[in-house]
Design a protein around this ligand. Structure first.
Ligand code: SF4
Length: 210
């Protein structure tokens, strides 16, 4: 099984003068921009990155940009984020609002911010219809028969098309590598794996180990 995320992270060694420029889903930095006005939980794996002088964090919440906070939840119907960008799938809310164009606008804004800041990596919240980079819902996440699909959200898709490497908060192996770059004394957890290597992912999508 090969996966886009199997391509090793290739990042330069940062310095205080030239920190790594990393775009993040703003909620991963603690910003209360989730649909319910929270930060979508706690992400301790982000703390060392957020605190490091060797990383310049660029936070952005695309859904807040287009729809404000709090707001309705949304999901992608009929495809993934790439399909939305091509007009082949829609972003809909539970009340039936079509947020497709607003999401495309947000994706364009996110790519613009990434380019203006010359970001070298994006760390984004998986499962989100905007920020997901590995797995997203296939249609309504509130359905009793909710279904997951392999794919990206709309904004992650836009960044990838713009040549930006995107990982998620669940890509623990990649995050370990990043941590080692900013802290040479950090002992890498050799058991850490990325989300697409987990048993859940492999079983749910009927994949085999590499
Ligand atoms: S759109 Fe992205 S940054 Fe905003 S709350 Fe959702 S996952 Fe977080």
């Amino acid at each position: 099984m090969s996966h886009l995320k199997d391509i090793p992270l290739q990042l330069r060694t940062p310095s205080k003068e030239e920190p790594l420029r990393v775009l993040i889903s703003a909620c991963l930095g603690g910003q209360k921009c989730g649909y319910d006005g929270t930060s979508n939980g706690e992400y301790p794996q982000m703390y060392p990155l957020l605190a490091s002088p060797l990383i310049k964090i660029v936070p952005f919440c695309p859904e807040e940009f287009s729809f404000g906070s709090p707001r309705e939840m949304c999901d992608i119907y009929g495809g993934n984020g790439m399909d939305v960008l091509e007009g082949k799938a829609k972003v809909l809310t539970p009340s039936g609002q079509d947020w497709s164009q607003g999401m495309i606008d947000a994706a364009e804004k996110m790519l613009q911010i990434a380019q203006e800041n010359q970001v070298e990596l994006a760390i984004m919240m998986d499962i989100s219809a905007a920020c997901g980079s590995t797995v997203i819902y296939d249609g309504n996440r509130f359905s009793d028969n909710k279904v997951y699909q392999i794919g990206t959200g709309v904004c992650a898709a836009k960044l990838i098309l713009g040549g930006i490497r995107v990982i998620s908060q669940r890509d623990f192996k990649s995050l370990e590598k990043l941590r080692k770059l900013i802290d040479p004394d950090h002992v890498i957890n050799e058991n850490a794996i990325d989300h697409h290597q987990t048993e859940w992912y492999l079983q749910y999508f009927n994949k085999t180990h590499n």
